[in-house]
Structure formats: structure tokens, C-alpha cells
Design a protein around this ligand. Structure first.
Ligand code: NAI
Length: 694
């Protein structure tokens, strides 16, 4: 059973108990209605208390049901809420823990509500591109007033019950046991013959309402970006003033269903589910024992090492930070301190917290303090011989069972593991720059990585608030392998006839935070130039310079030199299209016998995004990623892919895989086309079978 029934004194207590958070799926809804009917028919019960567990009154709808027949299965939530509201015995909701979304809407149907002071109250539907569709937009304003309700519904923010004390939302807020308080309250309602209060009977009184709504329309409209839900939330709340409640409830329901079918909501729900799915790893039993991580070692205090260190400090984990020279160590420590001091200036940290965090670092130039660390993250130069030197040393000094991780961007983790006598303890932990800010962590599973090493790393990622995605071993793992194709597609467009500003503009209009050429200027073009020179030298071939190399030869490395693909005015970051770049592009085309052609914005988006999709399909096919939604998470959290598109793989589903295949075939058929435009076999297969990635 998903709920319990008992009679305390003369009060029936119905307890929702459907782990983890009393999701209001068809099972719980059915049980709840049956329990309510039982209480109404029970001659021993004069009143009813509806409650949940200490963890959750209810977290709301069961998102897994969205879009399935079960979601529509009776009793639907509005039916249940009406049954509470129309109950002939007083119903008191006793609220502790999470009371969100449909859970709060359910509580709003009770006649009275008693809450524990720290209960978490929210209508977070907007975060999934939806609105509260079971009366929340009508009953909450009646309970707490128009302005407060609108703020909660449009932001989806969580508010502790104590903050809403004194409103009609809570008849009592208690520090003690809310069920005991609710039973006492119910007895009093019976003894004093208090009325069965229904929020629906209240009027939203707000003489300033129109002015406030007008102001809110402007602010919400400006903040909503591509999402329709926030303004719809606002319009529904406005109905609480202008329409009779039954009509407003009908419109609310219809609008909710409309939002459910928007691509934006689909994308947000996809991301929500993807984040939960990413933690599930084939062959890893849930609840398997983990290794304890009490102390971490970081090698290299450069760009990445410093940011990586901060992640652990923020979680209260001490870090031993190693460099080769005192100067580099001091520089790294200085940058960490400066970052914290900047946070302190913004009021995010106190001066004391800055010192506490800095005190967790043990700076060192030798490996002795590594003897007792539980995990090491290596972030030294991207050269196999430097990695070799470091991992041989780690193997020598680290205690048995210590996890040895590399932050390498491209290098082979299995090769790195082979430098130790404990390859089972080695894996990749690939952070993204700036590592203290970016939420993505690629957890790279080597051929010999032990399951508990992987599981411990996933748990650690959660502790340091990262979104972790498991990747297999390949050049560039999931993200960088795909972005190489994207970069090549963008380059190809320039060669064919586009200019950087057009390519960037089209992709930014699509929703990317920054187009590839602006991104290149920000990251520094010299990095790619050095890599291409090194790869050519390693392969013993002469490098055929591309336009980016020509820019570098001219000393244009991007923002840091004041010019790259664009030029920049002193101390400014706005990219200004530059005739010098155009000249270099023209010369490149002439030297390679290319007659420039017109390129449409649509082609820009198709080539760049479908290049990602096609490589993503190969990555899936090879088992480098376990599921398409993992790839989407990588792109959303590591590469600025627009959340309202749900990631490249979901975007491909939305466009229709047969359409993606047709475009790829067209690109592949062009004279001199790169063979990578050939559609991946998995993509072809899914398209033929009428399936999607998700
Ligand atoms: P960096 O050049 O800023 O820092 C590397 C640091 O390692 C330097 O401070 C250097 O003194 C130190 N170092 C070199 N050899 C050492 C040794 N044997 N022992 C101890 N310290 C040593 O480089 P960055 O950008 O921090 O990259 C480090 C690693 O992280 C590379 O493998 C890179 O591919 C990877 N990475 C870089 C990203 C980026 O955006 N910069 C993103 C993700 C990964």
C-alpha cells in the first residue's frame, strides 16, 4: 500500500507513504481517494488528518508519468483535490519535509493546514516549462495574496513554511510534530464546530493588482527568454482576480496541457530526467560500498588545478596541492585566494570562510604528503611523458586503495593507467574550465577501472555539486571529440563562403551562448595552433595551414592579443568584425581554388549542430556514452548548448532523424566533402526504424 490509515481518538489519520517523495502517480492517487472515502464512511472518525512522511508531504506529480496514459488515469489530481475540498468532515493537512507542485496543490484542497516550520513549500512547475495545473495558480493567491503567489509560481522558488506563517496558507506553524498538532487542531475544529474552510471561497483582495500585474508582465516578459511558461503562469495567476474560480481552473488545466506539448517543456523535462539517469551505470549495483574520500591531492596549480582544488575546499575536503616550482605554487595559491576574495566582495563568503578554505590547502613541492591522500587529480601539462612521470611517482608514494585520476582532455586513460601497477584505481576526472564554476564532470572509465572506483567518483562528483557523466576512453572523450567535428564544420563554412560573424550570429540566434569563433577568441587560438603543429610533427607531415593558423602566424591569438577572428578595443570584450580576417579568408580561398558561395543561416545551424549529432551517434554506437541523454548533459553543462533545446541529441529527435539523415547525406555528397559527413550507422538505423535517440 502507498498509504496507511489509522484512527487516533476520533480523528482518521491518512499517511502517504510512497517512497521516495510521495509522488502523486496513479497508484498513490487511487489509494488516497480510497482512504478518504473510508474516513468519510468511518463512524469512529469525526475529522481527517492527511499527512506524509518526515521527508515529504509530497514532492508532486510523478514526472515519469508525464505523457503516458497513467497521467490521465482517474482519479486525476484535480478530482482528488475537489474530493478533499468537498469532504463533509474537516480535513487538516499536516505538512513536513517537501511539499511541492502537485503536493502543495493537494494540501491547498484541505480545509486547514498545519506545517512544520522548516517544511519546504514550492510550486516549481515553471522549472519544467509548465505551470501548476491542479489549481495552484488559483488557490495559492487566495491563500497568500497575489504578489507573493506570483513570485513563488513564476520563480518556482522554495520557501520555508515559517516564512508563510500568518497567511491563510497555514493555520498553524509548529516546531514540533505536525501530525500531533494537526490532530489536536482537528479535534478543536470538531469541538468548536468551526466551518469547513475552502480556499476557493476566498477572494483575492488587492486594490493594486492591475498596476502590479502590468509591472510583472514587463519584468517576467524580459526575463523569460525563449520560454513561454513564466508568462503563462502570470496570466493564470491574473485570472484569480478576473474570473470565477471554476472557469479559471478550466483555463489553467487547458493551458497546462498546452505547455506540456511545447518543445521548451519537453527539453526541460528531458534534462530533468537525464540528470537522474546519468547516475545509473550498467554493472554498478546501487548501494555498493564506496571508498572514503577524506583528503585529496591535486597535481599542478595552473588553470585547471586551481579550479579543481576549489571544488574540494568548497566541500570542506582538505587538499594537498603540488607544483614543481615555488613560483608556480605561489601563483596558483594567489589565484585561488583572489577568487575567494572576489566572492567575499560579492557577499557570497565571509572573510572568515575565505581563511577557513585557504587553511584546508597544504601546498607542497614534493610528494611526501601524498602518502595519505585518498584521491589524486592530476592536472599537469597535456603531454604523455609528463603524465607518465607523474603517475609512476604516484604509484610509488600513494597508499593502496588511493584513487588516481587524470584531468587530461584527450590522452588515453588506459595508457596512463599502464604507468602504474594499479590500473584498477585509475580513471579520468575531466573538469571543464573554469573548473570551480562549470558543472560538468566527465568521469572517464578505463578498461580496467574498478567498479567501486567509478562509483566513488560519481558520489564524490555529487558531493562537489557536479553533474557527472560517464565516458569511455577515446580521443577527446564525449565533449571534446564532438566539438572537434563542430569546429571543423564551422571552419568548412568559412572556407565555403561565410564569415565568422555570420556563423557566430546564426548559432547564437539558435541559442548558443557564444558562436565558435567568438569562443575561439576567448579561449585563445594559439592552443589549437600548437596542437596542430605538434600533431603534424608527430605524424612527420608538413602542416597545411588553415585560416586559424594564418591568424596565429599574424600574431592574432584572440582576445588576449586584442585580435583573433575579430578585433577588440582596449579592455573590451565586444567582437568587432575585422577586414584583416576577411582578407586572410579570401587569400585562403584563392590559394585553395575555392569560389565562395552564399551560405544561409539555416545551413550554418544544420552543419554545425548535425555534425555534433552525427559524432554523438558514433559515440553511442561505440558505447563511449551509455545513453543519448548523457551526451545532451555534456553539451548543456560543458559547452553552453541552449537548455530550451534539450541538447543536440534531443534537438535531432525534435527535428526528426530522417530529416537529419537527409541533410547529412546532402553534405556528404558535395564535391570534396569530408567523409565524416556520412551518417553514422546508428543514426541511419534509428531513422529507418522511425525511432528517436530518446
Ligand atoms: P596549465 O599550463 O595552466 O597548468 C599546468 C600546471 O602544471 C602548471 O602550473 C605547471 O607548472 C604544472 N606542472 C607541469 N608539470 C608538472 C609536474 N610534473 N608536476 C607538478 N606540476 C606540474 O594547464 P591547464 O590548462 O591547467 O591544463 C592541465 C591539464 O588539464 C591538461 O591535461 C589539460 O589538457 C587539462 N584540461 C585543460 C582544460 C582547459 O580548459 N585549460 C580543460 C580541461 C582539461
Amino acid at each position: 500500500m502507498s498509504s496507511h490509515y489509522e484512527v487516533r481518538g476520533r480523528t482518521a489519520v491518512i499517511t502517504l507513504d510512497y517512497p521516495p517523495i510521495n509522488g502523486l502517480g496513479a497508484t498513490l492517487r487511487t489509494d488516497l481517494l480510497a482512504a478518504l472515502d473510508r474516513a468519510l464512511a468511518d463512524n469512529d472518525a469525526q475529522s481527517i488528518v492527511l499527512t506524509g512522511t518526515a521527508r515529504a508531504f509530497s514532492g508532486g506529480a510523478d514526472v515519469k508519468e508525464f505523457g503516458t496514459a497513467k497521467a490521465a488515469q482517474e482519479p486525476r489530481l484535480p478530482v482528488l483535490i475537489a474530493a478533499l475540498e468537498d469532504a463533509t468532515k474537516p480535513v487538516v493537512a499536516a505538512i513536513a519535509g517537501v511539499c511541492m507542485g502537485g503536493g502543495l496543490e493537494l494540501a491547498l484542497g484541505a480545509h486547514y493546514r498545519v506545517a512544520k516550520a522548516d517544511a519546504q513549500i514550492a510550486l516549481p512547475e515553471v522549472k519544467l516549462g509548465l505551470l501548476p495545473g491542479a489549481g495552484g495558480t488559483q488557490r495559492l493567491p487566495r491563500a497568500i495574496g497575489l504578489e507573493a503567489a506570483l513570485n513563488m509560481i513564476v520563480s518556482g522558488a522554495t520557501v520555508p513554511a515559517a516564512k508563510l506563517k500568518g497567511t491563510a496558507l497555514f493555520d498553524e506553524v509548529t516546531e514540533g510534530d505536525p501530525v500531533a498538532a494537526a490532530v489536536a487542531f482537528a479535534e478543536r475544529v470538531v469541538a468548536e464546530k468551526l466551518p469547513l474552510k475552502r480556499l476557493r471561497d476566498l477572494k483575492v483582495k488587492d486594490p493594486q493588482a492591475e498596476a502590479f500585474l502590468q509591472f510583472a508582465r514587463n519584468t517576467v516578459g524580459a526575463m523569460a527568454g525563449p520560454y513561454p511558461a513564466p508568462l503563462k503562469c502570470l496570466e493564470m495567476v491574473a485570472l484569480s482576480i478576473s474570473k470565477p474560480i471554476d472557469e479559471a481552473l478550466r483555463i489553467e488545466r487547458e493551458t497546462f496541457m498546452g505547455l506540456m506539448n511545447t518543445p521548451e517543456s519537453r527539453a526541460l523535462r528531458h534534462v530533468f530526467a537525464a540528470e537522474r539517469a546519468a547516475g545509473k551505470i550498467a554493472g554498478l549495483p546501487e548501494g555498493a560500498p564506496l571508498r572514503e574520500i577524506r583528503k585529496v591531492g591535486v597535481i599542478g596549480a595552473g588553470t585547471m588545478g586551481g579550479g579543481i582544488t576549489m571544488n574540494f575546499l568548497n566541500a570542506g575536503i582538505p587538499v594537498v596541492l603540488l607544483e614543481t616550482k615555488q613560483e608556480a605554487l605561489d601563483k596558483g595559491l594567489g589565484i585561488i585566494r583572489k577568487n575567494y576574495e572576489n566572492s567575499a566582495k560579492k557577499g557570497k563568503l565571509t572573510a572568515e570562510q575565505v581563511e577557513q578554505r585557504m587553511a584546508l590547502i597544504t601546498p607542497t613541492l614534493d610528494y611526501a604528503p601524498f602518502a595519505d591522500v585518498d584521491l589524486v587529480v592530476e592536472a599537469v601539462f597535456e603531454h604523455m611523458d609528463v603524465k607518465e612521470q607523474v603517475f609512476r611517482k604516484l604509484d610509488e608514494v600513494c597508499k593502496p586503495g588511493a584513487i588516481l585520476a587524470s584531468n587530461t582532455s584527450y590522452l588515453n586513460i588506459d595508457k596512463i593507467a599502464s604507468f602504474t601497477k594499479r590500473p584498477a584505481d585509475v580513471l579520468g576526472l575531466h573538469f571543464f574550465s573554469p573548473a570551480n564554476v562549470m558543472r560538468l564532470l566527465e568521469v572517464v572509465r578505463g578498461a580496467k577501472t574498478a567498479p567501486d572506483v567509478l562509483a566513488t567518483s560519481m558520489a564524490l562528483a555529487k558531493k562537489i555539486k557536479k553533474i557527472a557523466v560517464v565516458s569511455g576512453v577515446c580521443d577527446g572523450f564525449i565533449g571534446n571529440r564532438m566539438i572537434a567535428r563542430y569546429g571543423a564544420a564551422a571552419q568548412g563554412l568559412i572556407n565555403a563562403g561565410a564569415l565568422p560573424q555570420q556563423v557566430d550570429g546564426a548559432l547564437q540566434k539558435f541559442g548558443l551562448a557564444m558562436g565558435p569563433f567568438r569562443m575561439g577568441d576567448l579561449a585563445g587560438l594559439d592552443i589549437g595552433w600548437a596542437t596542430r603543429k605538434r600533431k603534424a610533427a608527430e605524424a612527420g607531415v608538413e602542416m597545411k595551414p588553415i585560416v586559424a593558423d594564418k591568424l596565429c602566424e599574424a600574431g592574432r591569438f584572440g582576445q588576449k592579443t586584442g585580435a583573433g577572428w575579430y578585433r577588440y578595443e582596449a579592455a573590451k570584450r565586444d567582437p568587432i568584425p575585422d577586414p584583416v580576417t576577411e582578407q586572410l579568408i579570401t587569400e585562403y580561398r584563392a590559394a585553395n581554388g575555392i569560389t565562395p558561395r552564399a551560405v544561409s543561416d539555416e545551413e550554418v545551424v544544420q552543419r554545425c549542430i548535425f555534425a555534433l549529432v552525427n559524432e554523438g551517434a558514433r559515440i553511442l554506437e561505440e558505447g563511449i556514452a551509455a545513453r543519448a541523454s548523457d551526451i545532451d548533459l555534456v553539451y548543456l553543462n560543458g559547452y553552453g548548448f541552449p537548455a530550451h533545446r534539450g541538447g543536440p541529441m534531443l534537438y535531432a529527435d525534435t527535428v526528426g532523424l530522417p530529416n537529419v539523415v537527409r541533410a547529412l547525406k546532402r553534405f556528404a555528397a558535395a564535391p570534396g566533402a569530408d567523409p565524416s559527413w556520412q551518417p553514422a550507422p546508428l543514426l541511419l538505423k534509428l531513422a529507418e526504424e522511425g525511432k528517436t535517440f530518446s
